[in-house]
Design a protein around this ligand. Structure first.
Ligand SMILES: NC(=O)c1ccc[n+]([C@@H]2O[C@H](COP(=O)([O-])OP(=O)(O)OC[C@H]3O[C@@H](n4cnc5c(N)ncnc54)[C@H](O)[C@@H]3O)[C@@H](O)[C@H]2O)c1
Ligand SMILES: O=c1ccn([C@@H]2O[C@H](COP(=O)(O)OP(=O)(O)O[C@H]3O[C@H](CO)[C@@H](O)[C@H](O)[C@H]3O)[C@@H](O)[C@H]2O)c(=O)[nH]1
Length: 485
């Protein structure tokens, strides 16, 4: 193999990787690359010193099964975390841009378009500090043609420089899911790399292919045009989110008719053409990606004057918001149309199990609705800190309401004591193991149980004495008698 980051020979060999953005993607992805490729030195940089300090400590900034083990094996050997962005840019052959691209909250496209200011600021840092040839890789989720904007900024620097600067920009979106990040990275369904058709573009693509080929079978590494790669990421998330909204829309039909959404999902998913994954009805999808990326796709369609296509994908978001609201409304209505002053135990605040991440969690939205009705919330989550819960709720409501209405518990039994209801909002496995009869005895009566995650069977919970409301399963009188049109 020949050194190519400097363009000599036919093959480019990447020896030094820098990743800008030490978040949920940058941290685990780079830890995996360092672990699988000991010959590559990987440096992860971030402008957030607190986050970098945590990556360098015994208490990593994100909770992800298997991550700590890999980080501890590589850190200080070929994996480094630093705030020195300029130096990391200078020393790298290949630079991942792995910064956040949240939904823009101001100006044109507010509430829809992704905010690309962080991506652009990294491109400008690279333009300022790079010396020699660099492969720049978009790992962040971005709209189609973002690579073009990055390249314009870099080419401007190239024109003005006299130090052998050259750039290739690739798209390499990340498909890991939180909670299973290390497994997804170790054994991805596919790695997608988009690049330019030119000889230099294809050489850069081959260099990145070689990085992944250390552990990913070659037939799982797909290479495409840059724009196809960028669009595929948005479309993949839109398809996944669409499945959840589809089954959630069916859950409402089930509740109204006496059908059971679990049975319907199983029957439908048995068809190999449909498949059984991502058909779990729920209180609505959360997380930092689905809503943001579907909105980004909708905005793209609107910008292209494809209004019918925009409407189609926007329906995914409409149903998700409706599902959250519907569940919160059901809690109020089942508790005799008032929750004011009533203690309600909220089990689960993370947007899904096996993560401490609360971004866009449905728990925030359901809690907000209940707080508007003046319920007193007793919140328990095995992985989310009190500080994090309070921050999320303050952003959606006010500090005054949070101080007045929210108490965070570290023991679920204490959270449930004297409560009028238990509300399941995250699918943590440990929730299935509790002694609910013990909780029931210590609650206010009549006691209700709201399952927003299909973790429980109606008959088991009703046998304890609870009044049960579950997503996608009809109240007993409908199940027994059947629905008459
Ligand atoms: N979280 C996921 O599961 C996931 C999965 C696939 C793709 N993605 C996409 O990957 C991207 C990153 O997501 P994330 O969840 O890791 O975000 P994150 O918010 O956890 O991390 C981003 C980091 O980038 C840093 N940063 C921002 N601008 C910077 C700059 N100019 N210089 C240095 N550091 C800077 C921030 O301080 C932050 O620590 C997003 O585009 C997201 O849509 C996320
Ligand atoms: O059948 C299902 C599956 C998921 N969910 C919910 O959907 C949300 C998202 O779940 P998941 O996709 O597992 O987690 P993320 O970490 O958000 O991962 C998604 O978003 C990432 C960021 O783009 C992508 O990389 C991943 O491929 C994509 O799965 C969570 O609230 C889940 O509880 C359901 O309600 N029902």
């Amino acid at each position: 193999m020949t050194e190519i980051a400097n363009g000599n020979g036919d093959q480019t060999v990447v020896r030094r990787i820098t990743c800008v953005g030490a978040g949920y993607v940058g941290g685990p992805t780079c830890a995996m690359i360092a672990y699988k490729s000991p010959q590559i030195t990987v440096t992860v940089v971030d402008m957030n010193k607190e986050r970098i300090d945590a990556w360098n400590s015994d208490s990593l900034p994100i909770f992800e099964p298997g991550l700590e083990d890999v980080v501890m094996k590589c850190r200080g050997t070929n994996l480094f975390f630093s705030t020195d962005v300029p130096e990391a840019i200078r020393s790298a052959d290949l630079i991942f841009i792995s910064v956040n691209t949240p939904t823009k909250m101001y100006g044109k496209g507010a509430g829809m378009a992704p905010d690309l200011k962080y991506v652009e600021s990294v491109a400008r840092s690279i333009a300022e500090h790079a010396q020699g040839p660099k492969i720049v890789v978009e790992k962040s989720t971005v709209p189609v043609k973002a690579a073009e904007s990055i390249l314009s900024i870099l080419e401007d620097a190239q024109r003005r420089s006299n130090n052998n600067l050259t750039f290739q920009v690739l798209s390499n979106p990340e498909f890991l899911a939180e909670g299973t990040a290390m497994r997804d990275l170790a054994s991805p369904d596919r790695v997608l790399i988009g690049g330019e058709d030119s000889e230099e573009g294809q050489r850069a693509v081959a260099a990145l292919v070689n990085v992944y080929a250390s552990w990913v079978p070659r037939d799982r590494i797909l290479t495409t045009k840059t724009w196809s790669s960028e669009l595929s990421k948005l479309v993949a998330n839109a398809f996944l989110a669409q499945r959840i909204s589809s089954i959630n829309s069916v859950s409402a039909i089930c509740e109204a008719t006496g059908a059971d959404v679990r049975e319907v999902a199983k029957a439908v998913g048995c068809d190999e053409r449909i498949g059984s994954n991502f058909l779990n009805a729920s209180v609505g999808f959360g997380g930092s990606c689905f809503q943001k990326d579907v909105l980004s796709l909708v905005y793209l369609c609107e910008s292209l004057h494809l209004d019918k296509v925009a409407d189609y994908w926007n329906g995914v978001i409409t149903i998700n918001n409706w599902q959250r609201r519907r569940f919160a409304d059901a809690i109020v209505s089942e508790l005799f149309n008032t929750v004011a002053g009533k203690k309600i135990a909220i089990f689960g605040f993370a947007f899904k199990k096996s993560t401490g991440d609360t971004r866009e969690s449905s728990a925030i939205h359901v809690s907000k609705h209940l707080m508007e009705e003046e319920a007193r919330l007793a919140v328990y989550d095995p992985a989310v800190t009190e500080k994090q819960m309070r921050q999320e709720l303050v952003m959606e409501t006010s500090e005054k309401s949070v101080n007045k209405l929210v108490t965070v518990f570290s023991d679920p039994y204490e959270a449930a004591k004297d409560a009028h209801a238990i509300v399941i909002l995250t699918e943590w496995e440990e929730f299935k193991t509790y002694d609910y009869a013990r909780m029931y005895n210590a609650m206010s009566h009549p006691a209700a149980f709201f399952d927003g995650r299909l973790l429980f069977k109606r008959k088991d919970i009703e046998a304890i004495g609870f009044h049960f409301f579950g997503i996608g399963s009809a109240p007993s009188h409908l199940s027994e008698v059947g629905y008459i049109l």
